[in-house]
Each structure stands twice: as C-alpha cells, then as structure tokens.
Design a protein. Structure first.
Length: 458
C-alpha cells in the first residue's frame, strides 16, 4: 500500500510538472506569435558566385524577395574643357627705338654727344635714355584667349591612382608701334642708334657716338652741314607672342574623407614660348638732295624657348554638397632649350646699292641662329570653384599662374651699337664683322589669368 501511494504521488508530480511545461510552451508560442517580426529573407542573404543570391533557409524561399540593388559603377574616365583668358609679362624694350626733337638742338632726335647733348630729345617708343625725355621699357600685350583640354583615367574604383594628359594653347597676339611723317617732313622722326664705326658723308667724317637714322625730316636751314631737302616715311614695329604646353601626370591619392581629398602629382611638362620683334622702316625723298630716292630696311629678331621637365605637386579638393573648391600646385624642373634667330636686309631705289643683308639693328655681324640650353624651373598653381550640375557634370571658374625662370626674349638681343654707315650701305666702305654684337641675354616670364570650364565623368 505504501509503495503504491508513493508511486501515485510521483506520477502526479511528474504530470503536474509536464502540464506546467506544456502550458508555458503554448503561452510562449502565443506571445511570440504576437510580438516577433515577420521573417525577412533579405537579412539572411549571401551571395554565391554560382547560384546567385539565395536565403540561408533554402531555395524554397527564393521567390519571396528581390535581391538588393547593386551600387552604381564608378566613373573611370573624366574629361575637361576650359576657356582661358590670360595675361603675360610684357615684351621688354631694352633700347630706345623711335625719337624726335627740334632740329636746332637735336639734329634729328639724337640722344646725346658728340653732336648734341640729347636733353631736348624725346624717346617716343622704346627704353628711356638719359638725358632724353620719355621712353618706356615694356610693350604690354592685350589679354590672350585660349583653351585647355584634360583627359583622365582612374585605374581602380576607389580612385587611388589615375593618369591624366592635358594641354593648353593661347592665341598668337601682337602689339607694337607705328608712326609716319607728313609730306613736309614733320614731325622729325628717327631711329636713335650709337654709331660704332666712323664713316664719311662727303668730306665730313662722322665719329663714333650717338646718331640717328631719320625717316621724317623737313628742310630747315638749322640742319647740320646745311643739307637741304625733305624726307618722309614711316616705321612699323610689331611684337608677337604665342605660348602653349602639354603634360602627362600620375595622380596618387594620399588622403580621403567624405569631404576632403588630397593627391600627389608626378609627371612630365613641356612648354613652348615663341616671340618675334619685327621692325620695318621706309624712307622716301621728296625734294632737294633726296628727290627720287626711296628705301625699306627691316629687322627680324625671333626667339623660341622649349622647356622639358619633371613635375612634382599636390592637389587638394574640399566638397560641401554640390559646391567644391580645388587647389593644385607644383613645380617642374628641367632644361630650357633657347634659340635666337636674327635676320635683316634692305631694298633701295637710286641708292648706291639696291639691296643687301644689312638692316638697322640686324647686320651681318649678329645675323644667324644661336641656341643654348639652360637649367629652368616652372612652378604653377591653379584654384577652381566648382558646382555639380549633375552627378557627372561640373562647371568651374578659377585662376591660374605660371612662371618660367629662364627664357630669351627678342628685344633683349638688340645691340644699338651699330656701324650706322652700313644701313642702306650709305657710307660704308667695309662691312664690320664684330658690330653689332651677337647677344644672348636671358630673363624670366610669367602668365596668369582666368579659366572657365566643364568637367564630365563617364
């Protein structure tokens, strides 16, 4: 009896315990049915390279969801086109080129002894020359329009490495001076020079010193040696300049956040600066001893500077929304190949000789080509403010500055110490082989200005 009672007691306890467990399980199931979120197979997605997207629970649930949208592909190519409006360092005018003055005290605009002291003369164009008045040592150019094209390729999606090719060209621009005398030979106009070799006019010897080649001269009893007759003519001086360049650059990302990006630049730079100085003077005898005579003399000084160098630099960009500010700067170090070409000549009617290679400042002694190589540095910097019109198109406006440390420029090569009697071969008996000197003067150059452009990514 006792054993049966104990067995019944234990069975009752197990039954009660089992009932409580089963009841708790049903209760928990009801609670879970009310609070648990619906099953989202996207939370259990894996990407299998062979099967594609599938839920971990099996292929039976594949049709219950759509695979997540893939990220849009990164743009690897980018291209830019810009309009440039630049200004450059003006052409140096190293010598006085046109002068005037009263006949009584300056003969025909001489700038100094031995014939005159030059204080009453005025330099109309070219470098100042004391004690004469006037003069300007720079010929400025108007603004240069141009264009710059850039093409780049990002090697990887994060943009850690890219390669760029770019090039720019400025239009050829000219600036200069013109003057012409009237039929009566007024005003007095001449090209002031320093005569380096004595020559004779009739029985009079002209010794070395300040002299002039007149191309407008009235008949005046105050003229030296009492020679009479009217000369008229004119002068045209043209300075021309063109600048262009190309480059290839590797762009290496150094630092990047959601707003900031800094990259290093390594590449090659080529610049080409070409200039010329062209002087043409024409003279016509109107009366007196000059009647029936005429002539044209001209000089052409040309220079070309070709820079080849390795460039290192940095580029930074900060973006906020659609607006961005980009700054870049660097310096190229290399060789500047510099060439000077000098040529001249004259044609004449009723002169002793009808033509020859003698110009005014260009004479046989300094004519020909000379070239040299010099070390040079070309630093440059750019700032651009951009606005994203679309995710793939940006418009920008900015500022550029470029410096070229060593160049040759045309008028720096003019030696005004010339054998003046050789011009038109008016009084030379021999041709000088040493005067004027062949110069190779160097200076620096800069260009700076605005840019406006579009950049597309594709």
């Amino acid at each position: 009896m006792i054993i049966g009672w104990k067995l019944r007691t234990r069975l009752g306890v197990f039954g009660l315990t089992g009932g409580l467990i089963i009841g708790a399980s049903f209760a928990a199931g009801e609670v879970n049915a009310q609070t648990a979120p619906s099953f989202d197979p996207k939370r259990f997605v894996f990407e299998d390279p062979l099967l594609g997207y599938a839920p971990k629970q099996g292929r039976a649930l594949v049709d219950q969801w759509q695979p997540p949208e893939r990220a849009k592909p990164v743009s690897h190519f980018y291209a830019g086109a810009e309009y440039l409006l630049w200004w450059v360092k003006g052409a140096p005018l190293s010598v006085p080129l046109v002068s005037t003055g009263p006949i009584a005290t300056t003969h025909h605009g001489l700038l100094g002894p031995p014939a005159e002291d030059g204080a009453d003369s005025t330099v109309l164009y070219g470098a100042p020359h004391s004690p004469a008045q006037g003069g300007n040592d720079t010929q400025n150019f108007p603004g240069f329009s141009g264009t710059r094209l850039t093409l780049g390729y990002r090697v990887d999606d994060p943009g850690r490495l890219a390669f760029e090719a770019s090039g720019f060209v400025l239009q050829s621009q000219s600036a200069g001076y013109s003057a012409r005398g009237g039929s009566d030979g007024n005003p007095v106009l001449g090209i002031p020079v320093h005569n380096s070799v004595s020559y004779s006019i009739g029985s009079m010897i002209i010794f070395p010193g300040e002299d002039s080649l007149p191309f407008s001269l009235p008949s005046d009893p105050a003229r030296a040696r009492g020679n009479d007759g009217v000369l008229t003519g004119g002068i045209d001086i043209t300075n021309k300049l063109q600048l262009w360049g190309i480059g290839a650059t590797s762009v290496v990302n150094l630092y990047r956040t959601s707003n900031w990006e800094v990259s290093g630049l390594v590449g090659f730079r080529y610049l080409d600066l070409a200039e010329s100085f062209h002087l043409v003077v024409n003279i016509e005898g109107v009366s007196g001893m000059y009647a029936g005579q005429s002539g044209v003399a001209q000089d052409l000084f040309e220079t070309r500077n070709q820079f080849y160098g390795v460039m290192l630099g940095l580029r930074g960009r900060y973006a906020w929304g659609r607006v961005s500010l980009a700054l870049s700067g660097g310096a190229a170090v290399g060789v500047s190949h510099e060439t000077i070409d000098v040529s001249g000549g004259f044609t004449a009617v009723n002169f002793r000789t009808s033509s020859g290679p003698e110009g005014v400042f260009a004479q046989p002694a300094n004519e020909g080509r000379t070239s040299r190589n010099h070390f040079a540095v070309v630093p440059e910097a750019t700032a651009k403010l951009g606005y994203d019109l679309t995710p793939w198109l940006t418009v920008s406006i900015g500022y550029d500055i470029l410096y070229y440390s060593n160049v040759v420029r045309p008028t720096d090569q003019i030696d005004r110490n010339i054998p003046k009697g050789q011009t038109f071969l008016q009084a030379a008996t021999t041709i000088s082989t040493t005067s004027p000197s062949r110069l190779f003067n160097t200076t620096d150059f800069y260009a700076q200005g605005l840019n406006v452009g579009l950049t597309a990514r594709f």
